[in-house]
Design a protein around this ligand. Structure first.
Ligand code: CTP
Ligand code: MG
Length: 553
């Protein structure tokens, strides 16, 4: 039975959302598995890229009639879909049915003339819509939200849920990228591609990382990959005769220098000519050189890299893992939000654990279940066919791309159990000697002394969490133990609902809960007991050692 009284205390909109989302009784459907298309990653990327190329971004006047707006734009051809959003002003994303419509719209668009400044002429697909005469329009626009819910709303929703499973699925639903947000991400890449195309007409700018790997949270950064493969390998078709032609090019001593030079000019170009691109930083000395900037109109923090194909392949692998079983994303979102709530992760680079590392830990944990919920990367490799074969810079990146060829898991464990066990598992993991490896799905001896060692699945000599300090790892372990303990307090769950107390997932997302005092006390007692035991054991072993030593002399 759902706690109706609590619902009444929710603000109207939340309560309505909740009622609308209610499943018919007896249904255990989470509502996510059917909505995730089991398309190949490349198929999904190509489809979305093609949609984005037929799309324009328009800054609108504050008050606008949707009907008139659509009528005006339809002069250039039929519109497939559109939506509005707010980000320091009202914007519209309009997808035409045909690409020609974009050209037609651009042909009827002028470069603004300014009184005090001079406009650098640039014909992009980012436009402004102005009212011809300053008559104010009646506004009746519904704008789509590009941000996650506030903490307050989140806690209300979580406390209202029926079970921890329900809480995790709700969290996923609230934080996952919406269809509109995904469209906006692909559109932003497409707009950047137009700019990069000034230098490299055949380039492709592809999103990677959490924007596309199914683990993206609303508000996450937009990782972009400038793909120059088409430019490099364009002329592969054979010509007849005794000759072949090659482009005259400039040569540089290494791939890294080439990458730095390319990103340097693209960075300049974004800075000088890119409408809406601000705060451009060229971070060319990083291990993976990049250009970082804000795309003001979409509100995305963007990282543009090139020569980073392996990262795109990792995104594809995560996409497969995220799509295989509906529990994966729910658990990853739960853990990501938990880590963020306790400042284990941060938007500033540093010694913290990253979301990417956390996702790997969840995948590894799910490979360790019995029966496993996720297959190992090695077993995905054995399912691969000739078409899947892929070697990048000498690294074997072969794995099955067709999701339908992977057998679903027979494991039926609940999310509640998995969440508890995740904290148990990593609260007691031998980080001091073992590394995490999703290729084989088992712990291995750490090859070096990094506090946290998570093997890069494709560049197997690299540790993806090399940046993590011992103290950050310890904080993770302590919080995992504490959260496991909080979740084990069975009685507090449903009872605390009536006391208006956060329970289940909501309780572990809070920085402090009253119950924790007893955990800390218990933990202190336990660690005191442990210290005494350790001391006794070390005395015992010292005695044995001394004894052996004396006897051997
Ligand atoms: N990546 C990697 N090795 C690392 C860090 C990142 O291969 N040490 C790749 C991964 O494919 C990752 C992508 O680069 O998904 C983007 O990195 P990042 O933005 O740090 O992580 P996201 O997965 O995008 O997560 P977030 O939502 O925090 O941005
Ligand atoms: Mg990212």
């Amino acid at each position: 039975q759902r706690p109706i009284l609590r619902l009444l205390s929710c603000p109207g909109t939340v309560a309505e959302d909740l009622r609308r989302d209610e499943q018919p009784s007896g249904s255990v459907e989470t509502g996510f598995e059917d909505k995730i298309p089991r398309k190949r990653f490349s198929e999904m990327q190509n489809e979305r890229r093609e949609q984005a190329q037929r799309t324009v971004l328009i800054r609108c006047p504050e008050k606008i009639s949707e009907k008139k707006f659509l009528k005006y734009l339809s002069q250039h051809g039929p519109i497939n879909n559109h939506f509005f959003y707010e980000s320091f002003g009202l914007y519209a994303v309009v997808e035409f049915c045909r690409k020609e419509s974009v050209g037609s719209l651009q042909n009827g668009t002028r470069t603004p003339s300014m009184a005090m400044e001079t406009a650098i002429p640039f014909r992009s697909r980012f436009l402004s819509l102005k009212l011809k005469n300053q008559t104010s329009e009646q506004s009746c626009i519904q704008s789509s939200d590009q941000l996650p819910p506030s903490n307050r709303k989140l806690f209300e929703i979580l406390c209202y849920a029926e079970s921890i499973d329900d809480q995790l699925n709700t969290l996923l639903k609230e934080f996952q990228l919406t269809e509109e947000n995904t469209k906006l991400r692909y559109l932003t890449c497409s707009l950047i591609e137009d700019i990069a195309a000034a230098y490299f007409p055949d380039c492709v700018v592809r999103p990677f990382g959490s924007s596309v790997n199914t683990f993206g949270k609303l508000g996450c950064d937009l990782d972009m990959f400038l793909d120059l493969d088409e430019t490099r390998n364009l002329s592969t078709h054979k010509t007849s005769g005794n000759f072949l032609t090659e482009f005259q090019v400039k040569n540089v001593p290494s791939e890294r220098i080439a990458t730095q030079k390319i990103l340097s000019v693209i960075g300049e170009c974004l800075d000088h000519f890119g409408p809406g691109c601000v705060g451009v930083q060229k971070i060319l000395n990083a291990r993976c050189p990049l250009v970082r900037f804000s795309h003001q109109a979409s509100g995305f923090q963007c990282d543009l890299t090139t020569n980073n194909r392996i990262a795109l392949t990792s995104s594809e692998l995560l996409y497969i893992y995220g799509t295989l079983d509906s529990r994966v994303r729910a658990l990853v979102f739960g853990i990501r939000c938990w880590a963020r709530a306790h400042s284990l992760t941060s938007s500033i680079p540093g010694a913290w654990i990253t979301n990417f590392s956390l996702t790997m830990m969840v995948i590894f944990f799910l490979q360790r279940r019995s029966p496993p919920i996720l297959p190992t990367l090695d077993s995905l490799k054995t399912l691969a066919d000739a078409e899947d074969k892929c070697i990048i810079e000498g690294n074997n990146c072969t794995f099955v791309r067709d999701l339908n060829r992977i057998k679903p898991s027979g494991n039926t464990e609940t999310l509640e159990l998995l969440l508890k066990e995740f904290f148990e598992y990593f609260g007691n993991f031998a980080f001091n000697k073992n590394s995490i490896n999703i290729r084989q799905g088992r712990e291995q001896n750490k090859p070096d002394s990094s506090p946290l060692y998570i093997q890069n699945p494709f560049e197997t000599s690299l540790n993806i969490s090399k940046n993590v300090s011992q103290s950050q790892l310890q904080k993770f372990v302590d919080l995992a133990q504490e959260s496991a303990w909080v979740l084990q307090q069975k009685d507090t769950d449903r009872l605390s609902v009536s006391n208006n107390q956060p329970w289940g997932l909501a309780a572990i997302l809070l920085p402090t809960v009253p119950n924790r005092r007893s955990f800390t006390k218990k933990k202190r007692k336990r660690s005191a007991n442990e210290s005494v035991r350790n001391l006794l054991e070390s005395l015992k072993s010292n005695r044995t050692a001394n004894f052996t030593e004396t006897n051997e002399k």
